[in-house]
Write a protein that binds this ligand. Structure first.
Ligand code: FAD
Ligand code: DHB
Length: 394
């Protein structure tokens, strides 16, 4: 098999890249180890930055998002039993975010790719990226499980969009690589519940017992998260216990009330910051979680993946149109500038809102002082609003 761009992984990064290349008249083949249903139902991110919304629309993938997605003009910060709303458009010159789940973005892009685009092969596992440093990189892959036969995809470029656990990153020689990493001593217990959201915008709550987040998937489905100790097994939390704990952490001095409903899914997400430098080696480019991870506070992961593939698609289009590989050569530097801003933002949001297990009273007071500063200074609040609605692409 032969193609211009071999794409490893059909998460948001790989699927959007295939769409952007198709629109630019560049052919690609996408290899995805899991089946279609798994990719379409894996519960993950929920918030799209303004820039991501604009990219999906321009790519012709925004029709359903514009119909059923929920535009949000702000979030609420909750601390010391008080509520403070951050008004995004007022602070950022009109920017907002969209509540539209990663599952739905993937469904839309898969449908478009199968209908109009190049091959998208499910249950096809990349085993290794080879000859990345040459003009003819290859992906060795296998279809149909461990019994399947090995095949080779010959490419002009390979883009590794295979997430944190993928194989692409391993093709960059260790001696050329630097990794920057931090883990956190807590995770998020996430639930989906069949109950209308108790607030019309997201609520980020800091409480001495731990962080809590109220989000949503639609007008009738709530998504909620609780900070839990690292390594927690979701099954050790009973449904009533989860609702009781959420209620405590969201408590306010007014008459706000948390509505309960049947919990349909629960799982624990670990928290990690991770950056792999560089994001390019020869003709292999890394995009999305394959190159970097942020803790979920502030919802940057999916949006960063979008920024990377937009940068790659622009650079390759530029090369095709002008013959200049300047933008491809600058891919890693261009992406990493935005990645590090998102790393900083996600770290700030995480440390602002999560009490660490052995926090001293001094650290607890500092968190409250940081929140107080955001609630009372337009400059501090603008910094949060700009970060949340997103940093520019490219
Ligand atoms: P992925 O979505 O991980 O896609 C990679 C794809 O590659 C997968 O489909 C995988 O099956 C495939 N693959 C892997 N190895 C191979 C191989 N060898 N061959 C072929 N295919 C392969 N972000 C938020 O903003 N908010 C959240 O609440 C949030 N929750 C998350 C919860 C979890 C459990 C995880 C893991 C991430 C979460 N994220 C969240 C982050 C966000 O979902 C990711 O940043 C986003 O999915 C990145 O997209 P991606 O396409 O780079 O990678
Ligand atoms: C969601 C996840 C996040 O990490 C976040 O900051 C906001 C919302 C969500 O899954 O809805």
């Amino acid at each position: 098999m032969r193609t211009t761009v071999g794409i490893v992984g059909a998460g948001p990064a790989g699927l959007l890249l295939a769409r952007l290349l198709h629109n630019a008249g560049i052919d690609s083949v996408v290899l995805e180890s899991r089946d279609r249903a798994y990719v379409e139902h894996r519960q993950r991110a929920g918030i799209l930055e303004q820039g991501t919304v604009d990219v999906l629309r321009a790519a012709g993938a925004g029709e359903r998002m514009d119909r059923v997605g929920l535009r949000h003009d702000g979030i609420e910060l909750r601390f010391a039993r008080r509520r403070h709303r951050v008004d995004f458009p007022a602070l950022t010159g009109g920017r907002s975010v969209m509540v539209y789940a990663q599952t739905e973005v993937c469904k839309d892009l898969i449908a478009l790719q199968l209908e109009e685009g190049g091959p998208l092969l499910f249950e096809t596992e990349a085993l290794a990226v080879e000859d990345a440093g040459t003009d003819r990189p290859r992906v060795r892959f296998r279809r149909g499980g461990p019994e399947g036969v090995e095949e080779v995809l010959e490419c002009e470029y390979v883009v590794g969009c295979d997430g944190f656990w993928g194989v692409s990153r391993k093709a960059i020689p260790a001696e050329l690589t630097r990794v920057f990493e931090r883990t956190y001593p807590f995770g998020w217990l996430g639930i989906l519940a069949d109950v209308p959201p108790s607030h019309d915008e997201l609520v980020y709550a800091r409480h001495d017992r731990g962080f809590a987040l109220l989000s949503m998937r639609s007008q009738s489905v709530s998504r909620l998260y609780l900070q839990v100790p690292e390594g927690t097994d979701a099954e050790t939390w009973g449904d009533d216990e989860i609702w009781d704990e959420l209620e405590r952490r969201f408590e306010t001095d007014d008459d706000w009330k948390l509505e309960r409903g049947p919990i349909t899914q629960k799982s624990v997400t670990p928290m990690r910051s991770y950056v792999h430098e560089p994001m390019r080696h020869g003709r292999l480019f890394l995009a999305g979680d394959a190159a970097h991870i942020v803790p979920p506070t502030g919802a940057k992961g999916l949006n960063l993946a979008v920024g990377d593939v937009v940068t790659f698609a622009r650079a390759l289009t530029h090369q095709r149109q002008t013959g200049s590989s300047d933008l491809l050569d600058g891919y890693s530097e261009t992406c990493l500038r935005r990645v590090w801003q998102a790393e900083r933002f996600s770290y700030d949001m995480t440390t602002l809102l999560h009490p660490v297990p052995d926090a001293t009273p001094f650290e607890a007071r500092l968190q409250l002082a940081r929140l107080e500063r955001i609630a009372s200074s337009r400059a501090a609040e603008t910094d949060l609003a700009e970060g949340y609605t997103g940093f520019p692409f490219g």
